[in-house]
Write a new protein. Structure first.
Length: 183
């Protein structure tokens, strides 16, 4: 019998807990109020090489009124800390921010491009932010992708350029947030 994760809602859930106790993490996150819009979550694979979760995310209330779809996404976590989110229907809809899929390559899973890797730390997710924050970023990203589909691939916020090279941060709000790294 699985034990409950002994944490208050909102507590940071880190890599070690996700890798060692994914079923307890899932039960904890499915509690009311733990993760907005998380309708279902299950552990599909757990072994020493990875943990794979399948999530069902309901659209935010205003987006549901506009007919945004329920999203299904898999999140894979590796022991070294790599984490990816791949939608269940990646090939059936257009995506503005998704890495390529190459059959047989674990570095090319077709995962969502959730932030620009070269951005300052305050603009990127890392494990100290916690697993709930990652799921929330994935959820926000899926809502933004649907918005972009409906608006000629116009992203609803400042959009990071694609490819390698320096990423200019254009808006004052993001410049202020990025400046926190320097404090």
């Amino acid at each position: 019998m699985a034990h409950r994760l002994n944490r208050p809602l909102g507590a940071v859930i880190g890599l070690d807990e996700v890798m060692r106790r994914p079923k307890e993490v899932t039960q904890h996150l499915l509690r009311p109020g733990a993760v907005y819009g998380l309708a279902n979550m299950e552990v599909r694979t757990k072994d020493r090489r990875m943990v794979v979760f399948w999530l069902t995310l309901e659209p935010w209330a205003p987006m549901a009124e506009l007919g945004y779809p329920i999203e299904r996404v898999s999140i894979t976590v590796w022991p070294a800390g790599r984490v990816t989110a791949v939608t269940g229907d990646a090939g059936r809809r257009p995506w503005c921010h998704r890495y390529p899929f190459v059959l047989g390559r674990l570095d090319a899973l077709g995962d969502l491009c959730l932030w620009y890797p070269g951005d300052p730390r305050p603009l990127r997710w890392e494990w100290p932010d916690g697993f709930v924050a990652y799921i929330t970023i994935v959820h926000r990203h899926l809502q933004a992708e649907e918005y972009a589909r409906r608006n000629q691939c116009t992203w609803p916020a400042e959009d990071a350029p694609h490819g390698s090279g320096r990423h200019p941060i254009r808006t004052p709000a993001l410049q202020a947030l990025a400046a926190w790294e320097l404090l």
